[in-house]
Every structure is written in C-alpha cells, then in structure tokens.
Design a protein around this ligand. Structure first.
Ligand code: HEC
Ligand code: HEC
Length: 387
C-alpha cells in the first residue's frame, strides 16, 4: 500500500526547504529567507542571480524549481548537497563554492548535448537515465541483480498495445462506474473536507479542503489547526491562472507559469470523471499494469508535442480511476506528480474517492476525506490567488 519513501523526503524534511509546490513537512526552526514573487514574464535567468545554462535559464522560475527537484531526486541528494546551508538561515543559493553544483551545471549541458546531437532533440537521456538515485552511477552490472527480480520500471511514454480495448471505451466505462454521464453532468461543484498527513505522519495532522467547480476550477487548501504559525498552503486554479502558496518555501507566493499551468489545468479537469476525456485528443492504451495486486488498464494522454504525458490507471474490475501520474517537461527530465484515489463512496449517486494521495518529487501526503458536499456554492476566492 505504502509506496517507497522518496529518497529525498527525509533529508529534505530536515533541510527544511522544499522546492516544489508543497511544503508540508518542515521543522519549526527552519525559516529560510524567501524571495518576492517573480515579475510577469521573468525567466529563471533574469529572476535568479546565477542561472546560466542554456537549457535552464529560459525556463519560468516555477519550472526552474521543478527542474531542481528533478535533479535532486535523480542523484539522491537534498538541496544542501549542492547549495551550502540549504534549510538554514545561512543558505546561499547563488554561490558556486560547492564543486558538486559546478559538476551538476556541466551535467545539465551534457544532457542537452546528448539529446541534441544523438537523439534529434528528443528528450531521451535525463539525469535519471544514468543516476537512478545515486550520485556515482554504477559502472557494471551486479550479477545477483541480473538473476534477481526483473527491473520493471517503465518509460514515460509507452507503445500502444493493440490487444487492449480502445481508450474511449475505458474512459466511458469509468464515467459509467462513477454514476453515468447524466448524473455526472448535473454535478457542477463539490467540496471535500477531511484531514491530511505527510509521510509517516511527519508534520502532524492537517485540515484538508478540496474545492472543484466544473469544468476546470480546483482549489486545494491545507492548514494546521494545532500549529497556526505554519500558515495556510494552497494550490489554486480558476480555469485560466493558478497560484501556489507555501509559506516557508524560497518563493512563498507565486503565480503558476510555464508547464505548471498545464499541470494545474489537468488536475482540475481530472476532478470531474467526465472531464478527463476533454483533456487530450491524443490517447493511447498501453500494456496493463498492477497496483497493490489489482489489475489496471493504463491509458495515456499525450500533448504539447509529447512534452506532457498523463498516465491514468483504471481498475479492470471496478473501472474506477486508481492513479493519475502527470509528467511535464523540463530540460533535465520530466517533473512527475502522482495522485492516487481510493476508498470510493457513493455521494448522491456519484462515486467519489474518500482517500486521496499526492506524491511529488520531494514528498507526499495522504488525505482522508470525511465529508463531500455536491452542488454547494463555492466562493470564487477558493480558486484564485490566496490572500
Ligand atoms: C545536484 C546539484 C543541485 C541540487 C541537489 C540542487 N541544485 Fe539548485 N542549482 C544547481 C545548479 C547547477 C544551479 C545553477 C543552474 C544554472 O546555472 O543554470 C542551481 C541554481 C539554483 C537556484 C538559483 C540561485 C540563484 O539565484 O542563482 C536556486 C534558487 C536553486 N538552485 C534551488 C534549489 C533547491 C530548492 C534545491 C533542492 C530541491 C536545489 N536547488 C537542489 C544545482 C543543484
Ligand atoms: C551519461 C550519464 C550521465 C548523465 C545523463 C548525468 N550524469 Fe551526472 N554523473 C555521471 C557519472 C558517470 C558521474 C561520476 C563521475 C566520476 O565518477 O567522476 C556523474 C557525477 C555527477 C555529480 C557529481 C557527484 C559527486 O560525487 O561529485 C553530480 C552532482 C551529477 N553527476 C549530477 C547530474 C545531474 C544533475 C544530471 C542531469 C542534469 C546528470 N548528472 C546527468 C553520469 C551522468
């Protein structure tokens, strides 16, 4: 049931500074200095002081931080392995005093050059291709591994499997299982509330609220009733713009830009069972997989010149959505976010998940939903810039 703990999460928790959107697990002492929100249209090269690689400097600041998350996870580090003092007041993101950071900058160029010169510019090689969570990649095969469990890690994009049903059929079965098209069309909004906990209960129990408004607005809000000093974290999207607030991150409030907006829109569409179909025109059904011993249909939506890959896992027996992995491009490897749905219950004739897990490169949380209200009015402020 419990996936492998990401290598980086415990160290990040102790480092106290989490790059990506979701700062839930942090000790009270770590209060790293934060930066003002980037100005509209600012690139990472303009916003940060010492971002110089050709492939990273043109990213939006939020996509740049996503790329940092990819690099960190790929080599099994935390931020402080390259940035001295990360997680403390003495953090210096700008300095190149650590040789590992200097090496990493060269590696960014290596990855870009290999893909450009040998793979026609397609992103085939990433930091993960070689590193797989280690800073010194192994050089030769270990023979016990050769005769041990086969390595079943899959690539991001898989070949269509002609023996599987059509994508439309699997998506329609899901709509049917979730209540049927007619009933679902009548669902204009819902509010799900409950509690959430970080990995292994770290960070204590938080209050969790999820707001959804058809067709594509979503707001996820988390606060700690017992620790008001931790503030409110929120991820919002109103159909056009999205915001992230994470009180203790390097950039505590920012508008989503670049690929982050695409990801937020996908999350919003996926909050309504009939919405998934509208997210892509380019669908494929790939080889089946299992999750927790249950057989799954695997349907992929591919968009934006294959940059964005969304993989949906539908239970072959119940037809319900069990997992949604979205991957958005970055020059060092796609930024992955996984959402798991479980414990489906009937609310006014509609099936909705009462257990929801969110996993990103630097951590995870699981929310237990205790109450869902359908078609209640939702304040538009739940989908816009949190104040
Ligand atoms: C493997 C080494 C490595 C790790 C780990 C790493 N970084 Fe970086 N970081 C770099 C490199 C290299 C650059 C400069 C990139 C460039 O020049 O394009 C950079 C630049 C930055 C900058 C820009 C600073 C400035 O003003 O110039 C920030 C902010 C940053 N990283 C945040 C993070 C965070 C947060 C983490 C932890 C999740 C992290 N980094 C983990 C290597 C690393
Ligand atoms: C083609 C394979 C390959 C790719 C791709 C690759 N690396 Fe490496 N990297 C290596 C190897 C091999 C070493 C060890 C070199 C040595 O032992 O001297 C290394 C070393 C490093 C080190 C130094 C570790 C130390 O202990 O000093 C860092 C940091 C690093 N890589 C980061 C990255 C990042 C970040 C990326 C993606 C942008 C990346 N690498 C992509 C093969 C690769």
């Amino acid at each position: 049931m419990i996936p492998q703990k990401p290598r980086a999460v415990v160290r990040l928790a102790s480092a106290g500074t989490i790059v990506l959107a979701f700062t839930l697990i942090q000790p009270a002492f770590a209060q790293a200095p934060s930066m003002p929100p980037p100005a509209k249209g600012q690139t990472a090269g303009q916003y940060f002081k010492n971002v110089t690689t050709a492939s990273l400097k043109g990213l939006t600041p939020s996509d740049f931080l996503g790329a940092m998350g990819v690099m960190t996870a790929a080599v099994g580090y935390d931020c402080s392995n390259c940035h001295p003092g990360a997680g403390t007041d003495a953090i210096d993101w700008v300095t190149d005093s650590n040789p590992k950071k200097v090496t990493a900058r060269k590696m960014v160029d290596v990855v870009a050059a290999v893909n450009k010169n040998f793979f026609g510019g397609a992103q085939v090689v990433t930091c993960w291709t070689c590193h797989r969570g280690q800073d010194a990649p192994p050089t030769s095969i270990a023979l016990d591994k050769l005769y041990g469990e086969p390595n079943e890690e899959r690539r991001d994009i898989l070949a269509p499997d002609p023996n599987e049903p059509a994508a439309t059929q699997i998506l329609d079965q899901y709509v049917q299982a979730a209540g049927g098209a007619a009933k679902l069309a009548a669902v204009k909004s819902y509010v799900a509330t409950g509690t959430s906990r970080g990995y292994a209960g770290m960070g204590g129990t938080a209050a969790f609220e999820l707001y959804a408004q058809a067709p594509d607005s979503r707001g996820m809000w988390i606060h700690f009733p017992q620790f008001p000093e931790r503030g409110v974290s929120a991820w919002t999207y109103d159909g056009k713009t999205g915001w992230i607030v994470q009180p203790r991150a390097i950039v505590p409030v920012y508008e989503l830009t670049g690929n982050d907006v695409i990801g937020a829109k996908l999350d919003a569409l996926v909050s309504f069972p009939a919405g998934i179909k509208t997210a892509f025109t380019n669908w494929r059904v790939v080889q089946e997989d299992t999750i927790n011993g249950r057989e799954m249909y695997v349907v992929q939506g591919i968009g934006q010149g294959a940059g964005v890959v969304a993989t949906f896992y539908f239970d072959k027996q119940t037809h319900l959505l069990t997992r949604f992995v979205r991957r958005t491009p970055s020059p060092v490897g796609r930024i992955s976010i996984q959402q798991d749905f479980d414990n489906y219950k009937d609310v006014d004739g509609i099936k909705l998940p009462f257990k929801y897990s969110f996993l990103w490169l630097d951590g995870r949380f699981t929310a237990e939903i205790t109450d869902v209200k359908i078609n209640v009015p939702v304040d538009a402020a739940k989908f816009t810039r949190p104040r």
